[in-house]
Design a protein around this ligand. Structure first.
Ligand SMILES: [Zn+2]
Length: 326
């Protein structure tokens, strides 16, 4: 633990001078918060791993030796103006594909999957969606291929309510400023997301609107079952066809490991995976869920669809696993 603690202290001292300059993420308090979770996570490892067959999984060990850097959230929106500033590049990550490395040993127990790509999604926002992050994971290599990340400006809230909402939600993590600088309406997010999917060959307007050899993965059913349709109503757009089915990682986890995890943090604790970044910052949660996905793939899990909407009535959702988290 001592070495982990000193590593974090190094991170904090390097990052905090930038707090007032470009944008403040990560705030020292956010890192301190992460560190608290990290401690409790580490403590749980020895007790919770005993019922799992230990794999030769080296993914997180590799990562832990590297200094974790927060993603440049201007960059994810195509708005970073400091790509030629070495000090900025030293502090903020601009390439998500290298953050979750996979070694040859991680692939030894990988099973053939029904999909070529997984789209890991973890929304933020209760009243309306505030953040829409998606990571593409290649099912054959377990590598992260690309990241889509947008902050979302609510459609039906007053400016005053938005300001209060964002300060409460993102102020502590230090990303309220970048949120205000970059957030766009949900309808525009969906348009840009579809262009991004098309660039990767995962979706096209000429097809029936479903994904090509790809499936969404979420932690729970709330994101796609509940929140996306609600936000489509608020934004006055039709529910896209690619949100008709998805994989709830918690259900696959329950059936594969034979143990229940109520959420992302539980899964990570049980697997002995460290929480990186700020919990409840969507982009960091998405990466952390992706770490669990990579672990499960490395352990030999096959990630299958767990939920599908009825075509005649999209409000009706059929759950495809008998044993599932309720
Ligand atoms: Zn940048």
């Amino acid at each position: 633990m001592a070495s982990a603690l000193s590593a974090f202290r190094v991170s904090i001292s390097r990052i905090s001078p930038f707090r007032a300059k470009h944008f403040s993420y990560p705030a020292t308090s956010a890192l301190a918060h992460s560190y608290r979770v990290l401690c409790s996570s580490s403590h749980s490892v020895s007790s919770s791993l005993s019922d799992t067959s230990p794999s030769s999984f080296s993914l997180m060990e590799t990562n832990e030796n590297q200094r974790w850097r927060p993603m440049c959230l201007y960059y994810t929106h195509g708005k970073c103006t400091k790509m030629d500033d070495p000090a900025h590049l030293e502090v903020f990550n601009h390439d998500c594909t290298k953050e979750l490395p996979v070694t040859a040993a991680d692939l030894e127990r990988l099973k053939p999957q029904e999909f070529d790509f997984f789209l890991v999604l973890d929304l933020e926002g209760k009243v309306e969606i505030l953040e829409f992050p998606v990571l593409i994971v290649d099912a054959k290599t377990m590598q992260v291929v690309d990241l889509f990340h947008r902050f979302v400006r609510p459609t039906k809230m007053s400016e005053q309510a938005i300001n209060k909402y964002i300060e409460g939600k993102y102020g502590e993590v230090g990303v309220d400023r970048v949120w205000h600088d970059t957030a766009i309406p949900f309808k525009q997010v969906v348009d840009e997301f579809e262009s991004w999917l098309a660039e990767h060959g995962l979706w096209g307007k000429e097809t029936d609107g479903t994904l090509n050899d790809a499936a969404f993965i979420t932690c729970g059913n709330w994101d796609i079952k509940t929140k996306i349709p609600e936000q489509c109503v608020v934004a006055n757009i039709n529910l896209p066809q690619y949100f008709m089915e998805w994989i709830n990682l918690k259900d696959v986890y329950l059936n594969f490991y034979g143990r229940e995890a109520r959420g992302m943090v539980s899964m990570m604790k049980q697997c002995g995976i460290r929480l990186m970044g700020s919990h409840h910052l969507g982009i960091d949660d998405t990466k952390n869920i992706t770490r669990v996905v990579q672990r499960m793939l490395a352990d030999g899990a096959v990630l299958k669809l767990t939920a599908r909407r009825s075509k005649s009535n999209v409000r009706n959702v059929e759950f495809l696993f008998k044993n599932r988290i309720k």
